[in-house]
Write a protein that binds this ligand. Structure first.
Ligand code: HH2
Length: 285
């Protein structure tokens, strides 16, 4: 199984497998374990380097899901994935130690925690003991209320300081730094302008020294950018444009629902980048 550093050596796509009744763009479509696994197999075929399996929606306004219900949703999918796609790199999108523990026993290698180890005090130890990797994401507030007038001093400086502090906390809890990736949490307690500024200045998070994960796929702000205030989920074309811009600014992992199109967009961008004469390539690329 590849290490986090190996996975992130070239920008890759994390495919979303939502096993929820209420996710904002695909809620209810993959609640049945067999359908979720079929979907996951298709994402791998389309080029997903990582499968992110989640049993709790974090869309704005979402209510928390009890531990046993989240386990009930996620475990049958992970069991089938282990048998059906034994080579796949699986991430579990959870904030709960109990869900992560079961997922790691079933072969997951990454815990994607949108609370950055603040949601469940037992989660850091579960990750540390397992040898798994973790994604620490920035969120202001909690999903139920996070879009009620989010505020920052300087959004990039504030998110950067938060991620630095959470990285330190993870290392102090025994998780080696090499196993941590960081995520500015696009759409989590942020206005459209906050999201755009975080993408535009993503390179400023590079000095944290860890791979960056970015998820914009199907988020509502994509529709808002185009002037549609009422859409509940975002269209594909702006997501692809922003994914390419994020990778240009240093993103290593792009979390996406439409894996084929994201892989195609990143491949095209990589070809253009590779066509630059070596003397004109930005340092470090
Ligand atoms: N976005 C969502 C969920 N998990 N994890 C990380 N690290 N970064 C993200 O941007 C991110 C995430 C929300 O998207 P989705 O899974 O489609 O929706 P829902 O939370 O409603 O299931």
């Amino acid at each position: 199984m590849p290490s986090l550093a190996e996975l992130c050596a070239t920008p890759c796509v994390m495919g979303v497998v939502n096993v929820t009744p209420d996710s904002f763009s695909d809620g209810g479509r993959f609640l049945e374990p067999e359908r979720a696994v079929e979907h996951a197999a298709r994402l791998v075929e389309e080029g997903a380097a990582i499968l992110d399996v989640g049993g709790e929606s974090t869309r704005p306004g979402a209510e928390p899901v009890p531990l046993d219900e989240e386990i009930r949703r996620v475990v049958p999918v992970l069991e089938r994935l282990r048998d059906r796609l034994p080579g796949a790199v699986v991430s579990v999108d959870t904030s709960k130690a109990g869900v992560a523990r079961r997922a790691l026993e079933l072969g997951a290698q990454l815990v994607n925690d949108v609370t950055a180890l603040r949601g469940d005090p037992a989660l850091a130890a579960v990750v540390a003991e397992s040898g798994a990797s973790v994604c620490l994401m920035h969120m202001q507030g909690e999903p139920r209320t996070m879009q009620d007038a989010p505020r920052y001093g300087d959004v990039v400086d504030d998110v950067r300081a938060f991620l630095e502090q959470r990285l330190t906390a993870a290392v102090e809890a025994g998780i080696p730094e090499e196993r941590v990736c960081l995520d500015p949490g696009i759409g989590f307690g942020k206005t459209v302008e906050h999201n755009l500024e975080l993408i535009a200045r993503l390179d400023e998070l590079g000095s944290l020294g860890r791979p960056l994960l970015v998820g914009v796929s199907r988020k509502r702000f994509l529709a808002r950018i185009l002037g549609d205030e009422r859409a509940t989920s975002g269209p594909l074309a702006p997501a692809l444009a922003i994914a390419v811009l994020a990778v240009e600014r240093g993103a290593a992992i792009v979390r996406a629902h439409d894996v084929r199109e994201h892989v195609q967009a990143l491949t095209a961008a990589a070809r253009v980048r590779a066509a630059l004469p070596p003397t004109r390539r930005p340092a470090g690329r």
